[in-house]
Design a protein around this ligand. Sequence first.
Ligand code: ZN
Length: 247
Amino acid sequence: MRYLILSDLHGNRPALEAVLEAVPPSAFDRVVVLGDLVGYGADPNFVVERVRALDPVAIVRGNHDKVACGLASDEEFTPLAREAIAWTAAALTPENRAYLHALPAGPCLVSERVEVCHGSPVDEDAYVTGSVDALEALAAARAPICLFGHTHLAVVFERDHDRLLVRLPHSDDGLVVGLDPRRRYLVNPGSVGQPRDGDPRAAFAILDEEAGRVELRRVAYPIERAQAAILSAGLPALLAHRLVAGR
Ligand code: ZN
């Protein structure tokens, strides 16, 4: 099975459209979504409906999805995120809100070898950023390939016995990692709608289970369109500015 992996879409329509244009339907079999469909961006309904139409084989909720549909409070959010999620909650159609409300908490098994979560298999809201978090997450994961999001940072952690390798994409080429069946992996595709690693292009990944290969990719998108939508929606201008910086 070949999976197109999407995470942290955050209501960014032009970014999602660019990813789906960059990947022909023949390049993957099924879609998996790692949460945070909404929040920050100005097109939450479009993104939820587009994701629904993709009929993901696995999808988990993110922390922004939970707050937007009333499952969690915004007390952990920054003032900026809080303002954006209040706008999002009001903008969502009842049908799309119900879809977010019904999304499962991670981790969820996709196959014998692949599982998905938003933050970490330890806790759906935990951030896996460094080696300590990664080792904890790898120990908690049931499947040898665990896909996660939440940090908006593309990375592959690879565990070989007591050795942890951290693989970061660099340059325009992205990152291709061959998956050794004797090792365990934590894969973050990065964020479609709000990258924070200094590269403003939309991030996504393709996992080929049989070939044992994961590819982290980037695609440029018309950022100015996402910015215009944010500004005309009356969302904080900082949300538009940060998209250019990729921070
Ligand atoms: Zn997010």
